[in-house]
Ligand binder design. Structure first.
Ligand SMILES: [Zn+2]
Ligand SMILES: [Zn+2]
Length: 345
């Protein structure tokens, strides 16, 4: 983590206390609530479901508005956000997952964002949007949208508008959004046997505008709707549906019945995603334990012993990896047989 470049992030948290001097006007409180809801929608409907997953279509002006609106949430630029998110789905819960909770709560919550290593973004993972100069501009100058909003809040509602209306809602919005990374792979239930540890949580869905149905989402990422059933609260989708009636967005993708029924598991049942995660955790703990014990031992004995541990760990890992490959193949073959049987019937 780069503590120096993270100063603004921590400073904005401290500045929230300036409300002790500015006071909380009614106008600023309404602004805070409104800006939380509206900007959360821009992040979930825009940054996430449109730019990262292309779950619907829209025109270029609306595309720009989605990128700018999401940008006001101060979560870096649109291409940075969406390209990293695509990588999260590609490498969920593996070593290459940038914010896997297997690396610890704080790391998955904020640490990964404040780390220099993740400042850049890979244009090759988001070629489809990187070709638009206006999106590249907004990503390069990602300070413009939040500053524009902050100044507007000050002009409309004074110092209280800036501190309570803008700062409070921005900080709340950060931590609300971040819980999808830190908690949605830890808290809640699993409905689908995905290759990762994603879960469905009504609580997280409540403050993230429907993103808490994260296991649904990992099961069928291309969906504009994360609450798969009517009782799964998903205001991001309701907003998109409303816009589709006016023709602002179109071709909203939703999960077909076949996808809804596939790979269902009962919560807590054994599945590959959870097994893989548990295995990664167990093997990390095992190797850490060996190193500490070795340090206490006689230094002369360390070298050959350490080598032997490395070798046996590598062979165990190869063995488990090949077993998992076979298990995954078996699972996919049985799913195929199930599909074919249903078709014949
Ligand atoms: Zn995830
Ligand atoms: Zn996603």
């Amino acid at each position: 983590m780069n503590w120096a470049s993270s100063i603004p992030f921590f400073a904005l948290h401290l500045l929230c206390f300036a409300a002790l001097w500015t006071g909380i006007t009614a106008q600023a409180a309404v602004m805070c609530a409104g800006l939380y809801v509206v900007r959360m929608w821009f992040i979930t409907a825009g940054y996430h479901r449109y730019f990262a997953h292309r779950s619907y279509r829209t025109n270029r002006a609306m595309q720009f508005l989605l990128a700018f609106g999401g940008g006001t949430a101060a979560q870096k630029g649109v291409l940075w956000w969406a390209s990293h998110h695509r990588d999260h789905h590609r490498y969920s819960d593996t070593d290459r997952d940038l914010h896997s909770p297997l690396k610890g709560f704080w790391w998955s919550h904020v640490g990964w964002i404040l780390c220099d290593k993740n400042n850049g973004w890979d244009p090759s993972s988001i070629k489809d949007f990187a070709k638009y100069p206006e999106l590249r501009f907004l990503t390069k100058h990602d300070w413009i949208p939040p500053w524009a909003l902050a100044v507007t809040c000050f002009l409309v509602a004074g110092w209280s508008g800036l501190v309570v209306g803008f700062l409070w809602s921005t900080v709340l919005l950060w931590h609300g959004t971040f819980t999808v990374n830190s908690l949605a792979h830890v808290m809640g239930r699993r409905r689908y046997a995905t290759a990762d540890t994603s879960r469905n949580s009504a609580l997280i869905a409540f403050w993230t505008g429907g993103e808490g149905w994260h296991n649904n989402h990992h099961h069928f990422q291309a969906s504009a709707r994360n609450g798969f059933f009517w009782w799964e609260y998903d205001p991001t989708f309701y907003g998109l549906k409303l816009l589709s009636w006016f023709g602002v967005v179109k071709d909203l993708r939703t999960p077909p019945a076949r996808v809804l029924a596939a790979s269902r598991i009962r919560d807590g049942q054994f599945d590959m995603g959870m097994f893989r995660a548990h295995w990664a955790k167990a093997s990390a703990a095992l190797s850490a334990a060996d190193v500490t014990r070795l340090k206490a031992d006689d230094a002369h004995e360390c070298e050959p012993l350490e080598e032997r541990i490395h070798a046996s760990r590598a062979s165990l890992e190869a063995y488990v990896a090949s077993s998992m490959r076979s298990a995954e193949e078996l699972a996919s073959l049985s799913r195929r047989r199930q599909r074919e049987v249903t078709l014949v019937e």
